[in-house]
Write a protein that binds this ligand. Structure first.
Ligand SMILES: [Zn+2]
Ligand SMILES: [Zn+2]
Length: 349
C-alpha cells in the first residue's frame, strides 16, 4: 500500500489533521469491525483500514519530507503494482445474506426471489460523508485556527476552526449521500437454489449485467429443522415412525412419509430399519438422490379389550406349538429329560 492508496482507503485528504485522521479511522473501524459488520468482506476491509492508518501514522511520526516523497512516488509505483496485484472487485465487497430453506427445498432445489436493502459506501465521498475542497475555508481563511476573545477581551485564544476541523480547507456535506457516507439501495434478485445444498454452503450470485445495483450476493444456506425427517452429517436422510405392532408382526403394508409424499412400504417382523433407495438427500450438488432410512417403532396397545384378549388367546393357543417345534431348543430338551427323570423316579418309589 502506498501513501496515496492509504489516504484513499480512509477517504481523507493528505492535508487532514492528526486528530481528524484518528476520528475518521475510529469511525471506519466502528463501521467495519467484523463483530458488528456481518458482510463477508468486512474483515478484509478492516485489515485494509488498519494498514492504511498505520502507514500514515508511521509517515507522520517520521519526518514530513519523507511523507511527501512517498506521496509523489506513489503515482509512479502504481503502474507495476496494479499489474501484479489487481484490485479484487471494483464494485466492492459482495453482500452477505443468510437464506433458510426447508428440507424439501434443499432436496429438490427451488427458486426464490430475494428482496432487501443494502448499505453501500458512498463512492462520491468514499464513505466520509463530506468532501474536502482544495480552496481555503472561509471561516478561518485557510489558517485552520480562529481567534477568540477570552476574559473580557483582554487577550485572544487560538482555537481550531470548527468548520474545517483545523485543516484550513473548505468542507462540504456530500450531496450524493446527504452526508451519511453510505447509500441505501434496494435489491431484488431471483435466485435458483440447486438441489443438494447443505447447511453452511455458500452460494455466490454475481450481479446481473444489467441492473440497477451492481452488487454480488453471497448467500449462506441454512436448513430449517423438519418435524419428520432428519439429515445426518453424512447426508443420510432418516425418519422414525410408529407403526401398529400387529401390522408389523404380520408383515402388512403401511404408508410412510417421504420428502415427496406418502409411499407404500411392506413391514417385516425381522426388521426395524428399512432403506428406501433414491428417496433421500442428493449425494452431491444437483446429483442423484441417495438412500432414505425409515426406522419403525412397533406400537402395541397398552390395554386390550375383552374381544382383543380372546383373539390373542386364540392366537397364542394356535401358535404355541411353534415355540416347541424345534427339538434342538435347550428348553425342549430339558423338559423331555425332566419328564423321563420324573417317570423313572416315580417308578422306583
Ligand atoms: Zn457521500
Ligand atoms: Zn476553517
Amino acid at each position: 500500500m502506498d501513501t496515496r492508496e492509504a489516504y484513499l482507503e480512509l477517504g481523507v485528504n493528505p492535508s487532514v489533521s492528526d486528530s481528524e485522521l484518528k476520528s475518521v479511522w475510529r469511525r471506519l473501524v466502528a463501521a467495519w469491525h467484523p463483530d458488528r459488520n456481518t458482510s463477508s468482506g468486512a474483515s478484509r476491509r478492516m485489515q485494509q483500514i488498519n494498514k492504511a492508518y498505520q502507514h500514515i501514522r508511521q509517515l507522520r511520526d517520521g519526518s514530513n519530507e519523507s511523507a511527501d516523497d512517498d506521496a509523489q512516488s506513489g503515482s509512479k509505483a502504481e503502474q507495476p503494482h496494479a499489474s501484479t496485484a489487481p484490485e479484487p472487485d471494483s464494485r466492492g465487497n459482495p453482500h452477505f445474506i443468510k437464506v433458510v430453506l426447508s428440507l424439501e427445498e434443499a432436496i429438490l432445489g427451488c427458486t426464490r426471489t430475494l428482496r432487501g436493502h443494502l448499505h453501500q459506501t458512498c463512492s462520491a465521498c468514499v464513505g466520509k460523508g463530506r468532501r474536502v475542497f482544495a480552496r481555503a475555508c472561509k471561516t478561518c481563511r485557510g489558517s485552520g485556527a480562529v481567534r477568540k476573545a477570552a476574559l473580557f477581551g483582554w487577550f485572544w485564544n487560538e482555537e481550531s476552526c470548527k468548520d474545517c476541523g483545523g485543516d484550513g480547507r473548505h468542507h462540504e456535506a456530500c450531496l450524493a449521500c446527504t452526508g451519511s457516507g453510505e447509500k441505501k439501495l434496494a435489491y431484488r434478485r431471483r435466485v435458483r437454489f440447486p438441489a443438494g445444498l447443505r447447511a453452511g454452503h455458500v452460494l455466490s450470485v454475481p450481479a446481473p449485467r444489467e441492473g440497477e445495483i451492481e452488487i454480488d450476493l453471497e448467500l449462506e444456506v441454512g436448513i430449517e429443522p423438519h418435524p419428520l425427517f432428519t439429515l445426518d452429517s453424512d447426508g443420510l436422510l432418516r425418519c422414525e415412525m410408529p407403526v401398529n405392532g400387529y401390522a408389523w408382526m404380520s408383515g402388512r403394508w403401511v404408508e410412510v412419509p417421504t420428502p415427496t409424499g406418502m409411499q407404500q412400504m411392506r413391514l417385516n417382523r425381522s426388521a426395524l430399519t428399512y432403506r428406501l433407495g433414491g428417496q433421500g438427500f442428493p449425494t452431491s450438488l444437483r446429483g442423484t438422490r441417495g438412500d432414505y432410512l425409515v426406522k419403525v417403532v412397533p406400537v402395541f396397545p397398552q390395554h386390550s379389550d375383552p374381544e382383543q384378549e380372546a383373539l390373542l388367546d386364540t392366537l397364542i393357543a394356535r401358535s404355541s406349538d411353534a415355540a416347541n417345534a424345534d427339538r434342538s431348543q435347550p428348553l425342549g430338551q430339558w423338559q423331555r429329560r425332566l419328564k423321563r427323570w420324573n417317570s423313572k423316579h416315580r417308578a422306583t418309589e
